[in-house]
Design a protein around this ligand. Structure first.
Ligand SMILES: [Fe+2]
Length: 193
């Protein structure tokens, strides 16, 4: 099959065939990994890149929340340990749908821990010991950062009319704001760890 088709009865205008247009649309994704979509190539490129960055931060926040869950100490151990377990489950539940949104619109996603570490903006905390109140304050700050990032990704989706990704983000924004609310109230209610 030829890559181009000639317009009948017109000047020597060449119109790209559907196959060529499709290939052009998806040029950032190798042929074996393309998915059908009516979104423009720019949309696939920009939204999947934004989702990749978000996914790296969601993984970073997941590991940090688990880290603090595992290394919690002090008189409020049970409350904090359980709170962070609940939050880490909620954060982990976002990872697969974020990655699969990128694939559904013809993009690719995170492939490794190395890629996460190169793309993450939420920082790791490798300290030997972190005070319980400092753990909650750091997670609050990270969740607030994630909220801002999600709003930015939502803006990219709005730009291209990707309402499905935007709709998922709206639920995740609500969950992230809930996590921040719980962390904030827990810190405020207990000034001494
Ligand atoms: Fe656990």
């Amino acid at each position: 099959m030829h890559g181009i088709a000639t317009v009948k009865d017109g000047p020597e205008t060449l119109v790209p065939s559907t196959k060529t247009r499709m290939a052009r649309m998806l040029k950032s994704t190798r042929p074996e990994l393309q998915s059908p979509t009516d979104l423009k190539a720019e949309a696939t490129r920009d939204i999947s890149a934004a989702l990749s960055g978000l996914l790296a931060d969601v993984f970073a926040l997941y590991v940090k929340t688990k880290n603090f869950h595992w290394h919690m100490s002090g008189r409020h151990f049970r409350d904090y340990h359980l709170l962070l377990d609940e939050q880490s489950d909620q954060i982990f539940a976002m990872t697969d749908p974020i990655a699969e949104r990128a694939r559904k619109i013809g993009g690719t996603t995170i492939r490794s821990i190395g890629q996460i570490s190169r793309q993450q903006r939420i920082l790791d905390n490798d300290a030997d010991y972190v005070d319980p109140q400092d753990m909650l304050a750091e997670l609050l700050s990270d969740n607030l950062q994630l909220t801002r990032e999600m709003r930015q990704v939502h803006n990219v989706c709005d730009e291209y009319g990707d309402v499905a990704t935007a709709s998922l983000l709206e639920n995740w924004l609500d969950e992230t704001e809930r996590r921040s609310w719980f962390l904030y109230e827990t810190i405020r209610g207990r000034s001494n760890a």
